[in-house]
Design a protein around this ligand. Sequence first.
Ligand SMILES: N[C@@H](CCC(=O)N[C@@H](CS)C(=O)NCC(=O)O)C(=O)O
Length: 224
Amino acid sequence: MKLYGALASPYVTRVLMLARLKGIELELAGIPGDSPASDEYRAINPIGKIPSLDVDGQCIAESEVICEYLEDLGEGRPGLPGAPLERATSRLISRIVDLYIAPHTSTFFRQLNPANRDQAIVDETATALQKGFGYLKHFMGSGPFCVAGGPTLGDCSAAPYMMLLKKVVFANFDEVSDPTANGGRLATWWQAIQGHEICSMTVDEYGAAVDGFMKYMAPRVTGQ
Ligand SMILES: N[C@@H](CCC(=O)N[C@@H](CS)C(=O)NCC(=O)O)C(=O)O
């Protein structure tokens, strides 16, 4: 199996973190044609987004589906909890990240340059993002991880995204405060991520990749 993608993607990091937690070796094979938009990559995955997983020449697209595939292999440590209700909660956390957190991060990214910033869009998106944090808090179990005492799919989805928010949003927009910083359920959760060897190593590796990406993008997105 080979994973096509780059570490600077929270979706690639989701799959890598789950694979590492499970103890499955995954080769990170880069992006054919060096871009998700390249003809080479689109011949493999016409959706044109990373990651995708090559299994014996067949492509599986979409990070969530790739994670479920790795889980279905039945190898290594479980990446989802055992009880159906807890499995549903772990999947729900992942879905909340994709539907109610991720789109707002992209909007903030487009507002990074203070010279071109639309304050109404920033305010509206800050409110929507806070709601997304509320959904996470509401549905997380008693913890300390998303669902229970150990990391599962929901943590693999939420932790890279929280790192991305720290780098792109909390650091640049006073309108949104970091929900992991001042106590409460998301703070307890983030401490658990930080205290777990595989989670913290993977999230830090991702954070370093985001730093590199932001440095590269700085002239274009921040005007600096
Ligand atoms: N729903 C997809 C989202 C993947 C995604 O948006 N990947 C971004 C990188 S973070 C991408 O490939 N973007 C390329 C593009 O949109 O052109 C998944 O879960 O795999």
